[in-house]
Design a protein around this ligand. Sequence first.
Ligand SMILES: C[S@@+](CC[C@H](N)C(=O)[O-])C[C@H]1O[C@@H](n2cnc3c(N)ncnc32)[C@H](O)[C@@H]1O
Length: 333
Amino acid sequence: MNIREFPPTPVELFNVPLVHMGDFNPKYEGVYTPAAELGRPKIGVSEILLSGAEEYFSRFEQFSHIYSILKNAIDKFDTPLSGLAVDLGSGFGNTVIPLLSAHPDLRVLATDISPDLLAICRREAIKRGLGDRCTVAAFNAERDYLKPGIADAVFGCAILHHLIDPMALVRKSLDLLKPGGRAVFLEPFESGNAILRIAYAMIHGEAQRRAEDGPAFQFLRGIARDVEVRTHRFDPAPDFKWHQMDDKWMFTRSFFERAIKEAGAAEVIIEPIQAPEDLFTRQTRVVLESYGNIPASELPEWAWSIVRRFDEEFFSNEQKRDMPIEAMVTIIK
Ligand SMILES: C[S@@+](CC[C@H](N)C(=O)[O-])C[C@H]1O[C@@H](n2cnc3c(N)ncnc32)[C@H](O)[C@@H]1O
């Protein structure tokens, strides 16, 4: 076992011995991991996040966009962000890089199950002269390796919905925080996605009546099925279990209210990420074009008019704010 000094040394932050992965494979230079994690299978994590990390980085780098969302929460902190932030499920650093850039008195412990993504995160931090304030450690966030009370802030952008037991990580995040610290999560919410599912079911029914089909219809059917499985959390197929899925959960306000009650935290603030005006229409375009690589024009006008009814007819903008597709959740300890 080899524990190396690397500024800032992560050893003091963990309650277990660490191993430097770069000693076994140079591509993991600077990436630490708890010794207990070595050789453990990474179930429920897509291969694109491991061996396909560089491609994933080139497709999904969104440093400035993600920070423009997080900034709304950070601007409401009582004091400027400084000290240590623990970032959970950091990937290649969509939150970590802009946090370090915008907050010169902040150190970040970036964590993820994928050492490949963390190696990219570290490289991007060093490239920008931020490497001395960034430590990366690879481990499964469902396991408890970090010491309590170490963090001034905790960030988790799109990590909770990947976990089997996200409530345990919310509790752990509050445990990591110093009193008065804040945990900020960005996560998908059930209510807005349930509306999308209803819209896509209506489109499916109408497409059957018209005897129309094609990649756009098939993709929306897949999205509706995904929402269904994540809402009820059942095994999607006899040979494919729910816990093997990459995206596993969608959240409700009650989930986070229960979390703060159980943990004795002071407050939870839930703010929708997307603007309400054309919420469902815009998200359908994103779903088709970004996730499905399918031009929005593949979906006929009659189908778009069904989606638009949810934006223009069935709900007010005020109600849409109460049923986010994705939301930023700030918990104050
Ligand atoms: C949707 S990505 C978000 C990454 C980054 N926060 C961002 O905003 O781009 C989810 C990340 O969670 C990581 N992840 C999934 N399951 C995990 C687990 N059990 N423990 C730690 N990280 C996990 C994945 O490797 C991936 O990097």
